[in-house]
Design a protein around this ligand. Structure first.
Ligand code: SF4
Ligand code: SF4
Length: 153
C-alpha cells in the first residue's frame, strides 16, 4: 500500500461517534533521531501548544512559550533556541513525561476542517516508510488521545 491511501476509522467518545480518515498501510518506526525536536535543513520546527500543554510544562520553566495567534485549540508555540526546542538536551527530551500533545503523537497529527477529522503525517520524519505497517488500532488510540486533549472540534 502506498503512503497516499487513506481509510476511515470510527471511535465513540462521550457517546459521540467520531469518524476520521487515517493513512492506510503506512510504515513507521521511530529512529530516535530527535529531528522532531529541532529545525532541519529542510524545515523549521513549529510546535504548537495547547493550554493544557503549557500548564503541564510551567513547572519546568517560565520561558518556553511564545504566545502567538494560531488556530484553536492551540494558544501558542514552543520556543526554539539555537534551532532546537528549549527542552532538548543533546538528543533527549528533558520533559518527556509532560511533553506536548504534538510531541507525543509525532509524526502523526490531526487536522479538523469544518468538523471533518483527518489523521495526517509529516513526511519529513526519517522513520516514515520504515518498520512495521501501522494498523487501524494505533490510529484509533491516537485519535482518542487527540480528542481527549483537544476536545471535540
Ligand atoms: S518521531 Fe521521527 S523525527 Fe522524531 S525521533 Fe522518531 S524518527 Fe526522529
Ligand atoms: S518537548 Fe521534548 S519531545 Fe517535544 S520538541 Fe521539546 S524536546 Fe522534543
Amino acid at each position: 500500500m502506498t503512503e497516499g491511501n487513506y481509510d476511515s476509522i470510527k471511535i465513540i467518545i462521550d457517546n459521540f461517534v467520531l469518524n476520521a480518515t487515517y493513512p492506510k498501510g503506512i510504515r513507521w518506526e521511530c529512529k530516535r533521531c530527535a529531528a522532531c525536536c529541532r529545525d532541519t535543513e529542510f524545515r523549521r520546527r513549529i510546535l504548537l501548544l495547547l493550554e493544557t500543554d503549557v500548564e503541564r510544562l510551567l513547572k519546568y520553566s517560565q520561558d518556553f512559550f511564545d504566545s502567538v495567534s494560531c488556530k484553536e485549540p492551540f494558544i501558542g508555540k514552543m520556543k526554539i533556541m539555537d534551532s532546537k526546542c528549549v527542552f532538548l538536551d543533546e538528543e533527549a527530551c528533558t520533559v518527556y513525561e509532560d511533553r506536548a500533545l504534538l510531541c507525543r503523537t509525532y509524526p502523526f497529527f490531526i487536522e479538523v476542517v469544518q468538523g471533518i477529522y483527518e489523521i495526517k503525517f509529516d513526511s519529513q520524519c526519517p522513520g516514515i516508510g520504515s518498520g512495521r505497517v501501522i494498523g487501524k488500532k494505533f490510529f484509533e488510540e491516537l485519535l482518542k488521545i487527540c480528542v481527549q486533549n483537544r476536545g471535540l472540534e
